[in-house]
Design a protein around this ligand. Sequence first.
Ligand SMILES: *Cc1c(COP(=O)(O)O)cnc(C)c1O
Length: 302
Amino acid sequence: MRELAWNRYPDMHAETVCELLARFQEWPAKGVVVAPGSNFLVLALALAANRVLDTVPSFAFYEGAARLAGTPFEAVPLGADFSLPAEALLGRMSGTPGVLFLAVPHAPTGALFPEAEVRRLAARAAETGFLLAVDEAYFQFSGTDHRALARENSSVVLLRTFSKAFGLGGIRAGYLLAAPEVAGRLQAMLPPFNLPVHTAAVLETVLGEPARASEAAARIVRERDRMVTALERHPTWKVHPSRANFFLVRTPDAEAAFAGLRAAGVLVRRQDHLPGLRGCLRVSVGTPAENDAFLGAALGLR
Ligand SMILES: *Cc1c(COP(=O)(O)O)cnc(C)c1O
């Protein structure tokens, strides 16, 4: 940090970090776009698109980005047990082309959609001029990887972030993997010099030790599974299976459950305002001590 040229502008398009990511991800460097958080890449996609298609419930910023970009937005409800509404999405993927955002694993449900269904959407995108943006914010926790699909099909772009498995939410960094011509179009939607020198320096350091993210993800997955198993004993709460670093729990009364946890010093996220999520709280997996505090409080609530 001390040696950085703080008075100089950084790379125009984070070229050094793109090269490193390209090597780390076995992807052409011209197909990598880096931004200060993958949320900026979501915004770039919304700016580039004529329509934004989403599921509901979903990661809130897909809709937020569409609103900021002034791009028409539509969302299709998830099926039973948070399944992918593939038929309804395929039906919407005609006419004016746009971008379909699909977090895999999905947020805020934690559900993992079957690869075959994602492939059907990707094939449809290629036929109709859509882009399928697979948001892999949680892929290290699910052990899934859509690079093979994105290599075969240039209508698929992948979004990834340093905010989750890398534990670097504070530095603000995310990236997009796409076919070089698609990446070039999206790069043009972002201002130049958007990755600060200090963020780039942190990325250059952590990319030298890629095993750290997978080790951290493995620890979190073990803790998640321990928490989910412990909650099976709960008399009224029902946990939804998750492949991410959080899970949803359905309670008889989200307001009371939230207040009870909060009184015990545990903060979770209410999600009961979202369609299909009545009574639901989202619990992020924390340190073993934090998770014990959560379980101690949760098992005492009704
Ligand atoms: C956390 C998260 C992101 C990451 O956003 P950043 O701007 O990179 O921090 C993107 N998509 C989803 C679904 C997320 O949960």
